[in-house]
Design a protein around this ligand. Sequence first.
Ligand code: MD5
Ligand code: FE
Length: 203
Amino acid sequence: GPEALSDGAVLMRGFAVSETDALITGIESVATQAPFRRLMTPGGKPMSAAMTNCGAAGWVSDRRGYRYEACDPQTGRPWPEMSDGFRDLAVEAARLAGFEDFTPDACLINLYEPGARMSLHQDRDETDLSQPIVSVSLGLEAVFLWGGMARTDPTQKIILRHGDVVVFGGASRLRFHGIAPLKPGRCPGIGARRYNLTFRRAI
Ligand code: MD5
Ligand code: FE
């Protein structure tokens, strides 16, 4: 069952495994309409994970900074809709973690190939920080680096595997975190990659 990691953070091992096929089909449908791309950091370097979004808002980064946008800057069209299946999974996970009123309007989808990583950061571009972030891992496992409230705080390593769901809310909402370089490997049906869906209340 749900495992409390710390204040406001709950790990649900394998919670999304039974939804694997629907989630992968959903990701492929989103990517057909809004292709995965490597965004530029404000400093001008391409991120190593590729990203896309679905929902009313999508997270973007470029030379002007980080923000949420209603339209995909690459296509000029609204981001693909967040399906009921995606939303229901995230709302149910948040509810089981004690967040009754989660109303996600954005789903950022990260695609990691072996070697891709995400450096330590906080997620603070959202308007309502009382709402949690729900993270769903699919495919290859990753070493999740979990820090504290300051960038220099020590980090814990937590392995996130296929189907794991983590709800980050409360005092954990603004903790620094990252992903260590993905190790090589392959996963049946998914291949040599990891997807992470992060459901957010952005606007
Ligand atoms: C990932 N993605 O595995 C992670 C999972 C991102 C990102 O970090 O920003 O796309 S989400 C992990 C997360 C979210 C909010 C708070 C905390 C972790 N935390 O307090 O550790 O691709
Ligand atoms: Fe993050």
